[in-house]
Ligand binder design. Structure first.
Ligand code: HEM
Ligand SMILES: *[C@@H]1O[C@H](CO)[C@@H](O)[C@H](O)[C@H]1NC(C)=O
Length: 183
């Protein structure tokens, strides 16, 4: 060894140290939180989200295309739409997939029921907002869209094209409100 090379770090050395630090970090994270990421389990750990971020190609679906994404087909992600905006909610298959408490919200744009909460009434699962109070609609829809936008495991994937509304609007029903969600 010559004195020259004494203080030279090669790229390999730097990678070795970096690798060691990362490994140690993962080890301690596993030790304390049983995950290699200090307990983080959000969408940045989800390969589907990373793929979406990398490719950036948003969907622009028809309602009939959207209906395939209700969790029935395990090979497809689970989508729901609100006010024409489509979100990936696959991370909560237990809630939105078959048998889940809110399965009826997936694969469609059921904006109306997000406002009325009349979950038992079949014709509420629509984006037909006729007959509802405009201020109530704006507040509720805005807050639910924010909920899905900001959720740590869900993400916005694109839009669904609404078809023209025909026929009569749904009959009025007694609204229920989700405690905590609305001001
Ligand atoms: C307009 C009325 C309502 C709407 C639109 C609504 C909608 C929702 C949605 C979308 C979720 C899933 C959130 C997520 O992705 O994590 C949820 C969860 C939940 N909701 Fe409702 N909800 C309403 C009213 C209520 C009411 C009145 C109750 C109380 C009886 C309730 C009880 C729950 C519970 C316990 C959960 C958690 C489910 C879980 O994490 O497994 N909801 N609600
Ligand atoms: C989606 O496609 C429809 C029909 O092709 C088009 O009119 C609309 O502008 C598109 N929307 C977006 C956000 O790309």
């Amino acid at each position: 060894m010559t004195t020259d090379s004494r203080s030279r770090f090669t790229l390999i050395d730097i990678l070795r140290v970096l690798g060691g630090v990362l490994l140690l970090n993962a080890f301690f994270s596993w030790w304390f939180t049983s995950t290699p990421t200090w307990g983080y389990r959000g969408k940045w750990m989800d390969t589907n989200y990373l793929k979406y971020r990398a490719l950036g190609n948003d969907v622009n679906m028809t309602l009939s295309e959207l209906s395939q994404y209700d969790g029935t087909d395990k090979k497809l992600p689970i989508y729901l739409a609100i006010d024409g905006e489509v979100f990936d909610v696959s991370a909560s298959a237990n809630i939105y997939g078959p048998g889940g408490a809110y399965h009826d919200l997936s694969g469609k744009d059921a904006s109306r029921v997000f406002v009325t909460g009349c979950f038992r009434k079949k014709d509420e699962y629509t984006y037909d907002m006729r007959g509802l109070d405009e201020k109530e609609v704006n507040e509720d829809i805005t807050s639910w869209k924010e909920f899905f936008h900001n959720h740590k495991k869900y993400w916005h994937v694109g839009v669904v094209q609404h078809e023209p509304i025909t026929g009569d609007p749904p009959e009025p029903c007694e609204h229920i409100k989700f405690p905590g969600m609305h001001h």
